[in-house]
Every structure is written in structure tokens, then in C-alpha cells.
Design a protein around this ligand. Sequence first.
Ligand code: 5GP
Length: 210
Amino acid sequence: MDRQGILIIVSGFSGAGKGTIMKELTARCEQYALSVSATTRQPRPGEEEGREYFFRTREQFERMIADGELIEYACYVNNYYGTPRAWVEEQLEKGRDVILEIEIQGARKVKKQYPDAVLLFVMTKDIQTLMERLAERGTEAPEVIAERLRQAVAEAEGIEEYDYLIVNDDLNACVEQVHSIILSEHEKVIRNREKIARIRAELEELVKGE
Ligand code: 5GP
């Protein structure tokens, strides 16, 4: 195959807008495949089974873990979240760039298994904006928001483990930025070994024939 898909891991503070950026990116460009995770958290108003998440009971989720169906899973604010393996691998094989929108513990586990993955960290330009967005969303109780902010403190500790920082000020600019980062990643020499080997072989053939 000519083009191997890239695994893209996107993390960021709750409310930073990573979901919106990734939805917009996948809507604009067919090359992207957004992975749908499984979770034990309750659906928010407007969320649909199989679109935002596969909503599962704790028992069902623990069965998925036992059966090895997940690439990784983590516990976040008292709920399980995990990435189904089969779909992700199938899409990568097809050459699509697969986006995993996951928190930092999961990101670390995926990076161990897929060392070529590209890690993006999304944040707002300041904490004031983050607080406003979390409050505007209005889907979480104040104590859940407080817990998500505590998680943000822990996630901020790990930002250096990521490859790129995305500051979400203007949605359109952010989507463009992520798209161009991924396009550049495809051009890296280490991702083009086959192409390089082919050109070398053709050159050698040519010189031999002279
Ligand atoms: P939310 O409840 O806001 O949809 O998600 C809470 C956090 O869980 C977010 O940081 C989100 O990126 C993360 N998350 C969603 N799916 C997964 C997953 O499959 N694995 C891990 N480790 N984190 C996930």
C-alpha cells in the first residue's frame, strides 16, 4: 500500500473544544476517521448511541476489557472510557488517518503500542475562557465541572509528552492548523520508507542499463 494511515491522538482540557475541532475536521475531509469510544457515562442530551459513544454498562465494559476488545481504557471522573481496537486497525490499514479523542492516561498507553502516533494537545488561550465554555455547555453539574478542572490540573502536568500544542481561539484556524500538521506528518522521511526504497531501486536499474 502506498499510504499508511496515521494514528492521531487528541487530548486537552475538558471544554477546550477538541470534540468540535475534530468533528469539523472529519466533516471537511474524507481522509479522517474519528474513532468512537465506549463509555459507562450517561449520554448527554443530544448524544446518540454509536455516534458520540457506545454507551455501555459497567458489566458490558468489563467484558470488553476481558475479551481484549480495547486498545486502551481509562477511568475518568468515575466512568470508564475505552478505544475499540478492531475498527481503528481496519481504518489504518485502509490508509485513513484515525483520530482518537482520549485523555492523557489513554494517550500514554496508545503511544506505547503505536510509537508513530502523533499527539496533539488542545487548550484554550486562557483559563477564564475554559471556565466560560464549561459553564456555557451547561450539561454538567457544578461538582462534575469542579472534578473536570481538577483533572485539567493533572493533564497540564503531561503536556510535554505531546508533539503539538493547539490553542483553540478561532475554530476555523484550528481546523486548518491540525489539517496542515497531519499533511506535514505524512511527508516525513520515516513515513515514506517504501517510496524512497522504490526510487532508489529504479535509479539503480537506470544506472545499470546505461
Ligand atoms: P466526555 O465525558 O467529556 O465525553 O469525555 C471525558 C474525557 O474522556 C475526555 O478527555 C475524552 O477525551 C476522554 N475519552 C473519551 N473517549 C476515551 C477513550 O476511549 N479512552 C480514554 N482514555 N479517554 C477517552
